[in-house]
Design a protein around this ligand. Structure first.
Ligand code: AMP
Ligand code: MG
Length: 353
């Protein structure tokens, strides 16, 4: 299959040319095809959420296990009613506070949503993205777009269209290139079918922000803990994920000790013939002597760390780095999302100094 790649800037969605392309993409989705598109979190791989064949095609294109449910994207609030069996007060409150935006809620599903979309579950994950390209595409597609991240299963989620093309070229009908995404990590997932509500995946909308609106909110213990012995509640979170090809170790401790340790491990790895890489922060970057040293951003700017993480993991793949060391980050606020993804990328391999 030939994949058509088109460019649409978020600021230009209302222009005639963009509108024509978005209508074309919407028609592809309505006909059961797949279109990758930008959102404010990462690129999504869209299919008609109410068409079971489309969902099956998404799993096939990603190589994703079919028990790993898809998030259904909507573009206006009323559209939630047909796809869930009940809209709780909590759902209304957090939609009011955070939609459109990087928050996904789990609710009991209605019969309209095929089990192929929900990975066999009786619940459905729903999100209303704020990205204007995504919103228009969903509208033209008929209102319901199932969209996991547009990467091959197990690889870091794409933050740029070229990474989507790397994984999806030839497998899907269309890719909409909307430039680099803003947040760079996937949406926060909150399960509203349990009491108190539980965060299944941390993201830009933090536990603190959700607690302000809902009161008591718990977080799945597996988010930062690799040896809890429990299975994560979001089926997708149990899989090794976001992983670069190289072997990644996180090093945590006092900053100077971390630099010293990483440099000594880098030297050993280089002697053993490995190509080494470091994920470091701006403040200490020039102290590392690995072959490839990448700045993930400044410690004072968590947003830039979140935005750069997946891009850097992909770049290490491009440069065939075989041994990677990363600094470690705060586990509060948005830092929880950053560490959750980094820990999964490292298969929870952490050295504590
Ligand atoms: P992705 O779309 O690639 O960001 O992955 C979607 C994530 O949402 C996966 O981790 C899924 O397991 C999770 N998810 C989707 N639907 C549900 C659901 N009904 N219950 C729990 N987790 C879900
Ligand atoms: Mg994903």
């Amino acid at each position: 299959m030939e994949t058509k790649i088109v460019e649409i800037e978020e600021s230009k969605v209302k222009e005639k040319a963009a509108e024509a392309l978005l209508k074309e993409a919407g028609a592809v989705l309505k006909e059961g095809g797949l279109v990758a598109f930008p959102t404010e979190t990462v690129y999504g791989l869209g299919g008609d959420a109410l068409n079971k064949e489309s969902s099956c095609k998404i799993y096939a294109a990603k190589g994703r296990p079919s028990d790993n449910p898809l998030i259904v994207h909507i573009c206006k609030w009323e559209d939630i009613y047909p796809i869930v069996s009940e809209v709780s007060e909590e759902a209304k409150k957090i939609a009011e506070a955070f939609w459109p935006g990087p928050l996904t809620m789990i609710l009991p599903k209605s019969d309209l949503v095929p089990y192929e979309t929900t990975g066999g579950l009786d619940t459905v994950a729903v999100r209303m993205p704020s990205h204007k390209v995504a919103q228009k595409l969903i509208e033209y597609a008929g209102g319901y777009v199932a969209a996991p991240s547009a990467n091959t299963s197990g690889k870091p989620s794409p933050t740029q269209a070229r990474y989507v093309a790397e994984d999806m070229d030839g497998k899907i009908e269309m890719i909409i290139d909307g430039g680099e995404v803003g947040i760079g990590l996937e949406s926060t997932i909150i399960d509203l079918t349990v009491k108190p509500p539980q965060i299944l995946r941390p993201g830009f909308i933090t536990q603190e922000m959700l607690s302000e609106v809902l009161g008591d909110v718990e977080a799945d213990v597996t988010i930062l803990n690799g040896d809890s012995g429990q299975a994560p509640k979001a089926p997708g979170m149990k899989y090794r994920h976001y992983a670069p090809k190289g072997d990644l170790t996180i090093v945590t401790g006092p900053q100077d000790k971390v630099v010293e340790y990483i440099n000594s491990e880098v030297s050993k790895a280089m002697l053993a013939g490995e190509k080494t890489g470091v994920i470091g922060t701006e403040e200490v970057l020039d102290k590392y002597h690995a072959q490839v040293v990448k700045s993930v951003g400044s410690r004072d700017d968590e947003l830039s760390i979140g935005r750069h993480l997946y891009t850097i993991l992909r770049e290490f793949d491009d440069e065939d780095v075989t041994r990677i060391f990363s600094e470690s980050f705060e586990t509060e606020g948005f830092g929880q999302a950053i560490m959750n993804r980094l820990l999964k990328a490292a298969g929870h391999k952490v050295v504590r100094l």
